[in-house]
Design a protein around this ligand. Structure first.
Ligand SMILES: [Zn+2]
Length: 471
């Protein structure tokens, strides 16, 4: 009932007086902030700068260190305070060169990319017959003698979906395929990319290395190259391929979570956290993944910081280290802030590309949902609907959500995102300035209202112990 009344009041106009957690003046300010964000190109400038002046920035690389320095400089020059780099130890993996070719029945080259964390081949490379399987379940049904000494080829195709569910289903093969194939005696694993690109751009991405790297090389095929293997297999003749890769692990390196704040005017200890990740994969320049997120959260917080009066709570921007290859920064942040986590009132992350945002979902205390509906009402003109109470918070906020921090998701259409994700095509030209501004507007409205609202967002059930500090 309360929800309905609030909804009706807001539907009448964004600045309608509403009794409840948000003062009319705060709603009016949010409306103005939204309009200001839709005319502001700070995020675009940041994406251009990070992709151009730093470029690909895999964890632990020299460019990753330059990204940390870049972020500190940018946050300071945009007026953030308490700007700091909190050290995070990251594993370092070096891609090297990978080659693949069909040897028989009809020889020709293939376009491949090593999966993140893969070991390389011996210098001479390796050659073997491929065995196609659709997915992990089909692999598990194979007799070991069919797999031993051969290369497993995972053929499953990622489904294109607006909400990313297709990626969620496809990525299990990338995470666990090599480990499972090795258990049956395979000498290598190749897979159709976890991605939807129809061009010859393979999609890289991390494998699960919780128990150390899988003991066999693992490579992603561009989708047309996976098609080629399937056509040759359809002949019924044995298909042999040759692989070589110089991928290797290279110890650990120091990186950092870069943090900057818009200090609160009343509840300075209470934090509204806006997150994105500073690292990227190395094939493209990480424009959507996640320079866009860095630009969005930074620009949104800066707009709020530029208002006549600061928000009641502190808005903290956290640019996480090494999301792509093991969530090192997310785990380090959760470990070092575990004792003050109850003062993180809500978190919001931008890491799913800067395409059309279409919805807001929030995992907050049930009695706080009217507040979320009030935020969404202001974002309705941008095409952002209310999507309910199931929200994940994203990868970097996962450890904080598991410790009880409420989270809000801004969902955006990932249909085009997974054509670029983790490929050489994730570049600045693919970023649409108008859509990027729409994300900034949404983040600015949500951050401002979350920082102004009377009362917090409740707490979530704790589902995990705080991670140990990874240093
Ligand atoms: Zn990302």
């Amino acid at each position: 009932m309360t929800h309905l009344l609030l909804f009706i009041a807001l539907a009448a106009g964004p600045v309608a007086a509403v009794a409840g957690p948000l003062a009319p003046a705060a709603l009016a300010e949010a409306h103005a902030l939204r309009e200001q964000a839709l005319a502001d190109d700070t995020a675009l400038d940041l994406v251009r700068s990070l992709t151009t002046e730093v470029g690909p920035r895999p964890a632990g690389s020299p460019a990753d260190a330059r990204a940390v320095a870049w972020a500190i400089t940018r946050l300071k020059s945009l007026g953030f305070v308490n700007v700091r780099a909190e050290p995070v130890t990251v594993p370092r993996w070096v891609r090297g060169e990978a080659r693949a070719e069909i040897v028989a029945p009809w020889p020709q080259p293939l376009v491949v990319a090593s999966l993140g964390g893969s070991i390389g081949t011996a210098p001479a490379g390796l050659e073997a017959e491929i065995v196609p399987v659709t997915n992990l379940a089909e692999l598990a049904r194979q007799p070991p003698e069919r797999i031993a000494g051969r290369i497993v080829f995972f053929t499953g195709r990622m489904e294109r979906t607006r909400d990313g569910a297709g990626y969620g289903r496809a990525v299990a093969v990338r995470s666990h395929g090599a480990t499972e194939a090795a258990k049956l005696g395979a000498v290598a694993m190749v897979m159709r990319s976890s991605g939807t690109s129809a061009t010859r751009t393979p999609h890289t991405g991390a494998m699960s290395v919780a128990n150390g790297p899988p003991p066999i090389p693992a490579l992603a095929l561009a989708n047309p190259d996976a098609d080629m293997l399937e056509r040759q297999l359809a002949s019924g003749l044995p298909v042999r391929i040759r692989l070589s890769s110089t991928a290797a692990w290279d110890g650990e390196a120091q990186s950092a979570n870069v943090i900057g704040e818009i200090p609160g005017r009343e509840l300075r200890d209470e934090i509204v956290l806006l997150g994105a990740h500073l690292d990227s994969w190395d094939l493209g320049t990480g424009a959507h993944d996640d320079a866009a997120g860095v630009g969005i959260v930074t620009a949104a917080a800066r707009l709020v910081g530029g208002l006549r009066q600061h928000p009641r709570r502190t808005i903290r921007v956290v640019l996480f280290a090494n999301e792509e290859f093991g969530l090192s920064g997310a785990k380090a942040y959760a470990a070092s802030y575990a004792s003050t986590l109850d003062r993180h009132v809500v978190g919001l992350e931008s890491d799913s590309g800067a395409f059309q945002p279409y919805g807001l979902a929030a995992r907050v205390g049930p009695d706080r949902l009217p507040l979320v509906r009030a935020m969404q009402a202001l974002l309705e003109p941008l095409g952002i609907a209310y999507l309910g109470a199931e929200a994940s918070g994203g990868a970097d906020l996962g450890p904080l959500r598991e410790l009880g921090m409420p989270v809000i998701d801004l969902r955006s259409d990932v249909t085009p995102y997974f054509d670029l994700h983790h490929t050489a095509d994730d570049t600045f030209d693919k970023v649409d300035p108008a859509l990027l501004r729409r994300h900034v507007a949404a983040f600015a409205v949500i951050a401002w209202l979350a920082a102004e609202a009377e009362g917090g967002f409740g707490r979530l059930p704790v589902t995990a112990a705080a991670p140990a500090v990874s240093r």
